[in-house]
Design a protein around this ligand. Sequence first.
Ligand code: HEM
Length: 136
Amino acid sequence: MATTAETAAKPAPTPFDLVGGRDSVARLVGAFYDLMASDPAYADLRKMHAADLTPMKNSLTGYLTGWLGGPRDWFEENPGKCMVSLHGPLGVTKETAQQWVSAMSKALDIAEIDSALAAAMAQAFTQMASGMIRSD
Ligand code: HEM
């Protein structure tokens, strides 16, 4: 039987573990940008981004990895970077914020993220996205 010390030493799984680790986060981000690039419903959102989405894929994968409780390389490489402030000058509108959340919700489904976790993530993204809206 495990002693109390052994039980206490085993950390609880993080959301990063529950999502399925780095491969799952990369799959989610890949599905998100593929949708953004191919579905005309996200044309306005796509237009805001640079032609080459590769740097964005890497950055969002790194950010979400740390945000979900996994390795924090992105946060160490970007000390003090605030995601909401970073989006301030980008002119996010209600429509483009909705497009971001809609594409991400579909991507959570495509990447087959656990449904309870996907719902919690979608709710958190909705709140973050609404805080990024700066113009009508
Ligand atoms: C509210 C809707 C959003 C819009 C319209 C939007 C749009 C953008 C745009 C245009 C960029 C710059 C892209 C480029 O230079 O090509 C960007 C960067 C980024 N966004 Fe968003 N974004 C939104 C929400 C979010 C959310 C909720 C997150 C995080 C969960 C996020 C994570 C990032 C990251 C990690 C970067 C790259 C930052 C860097 O590497 O410096 N975005 N976003």
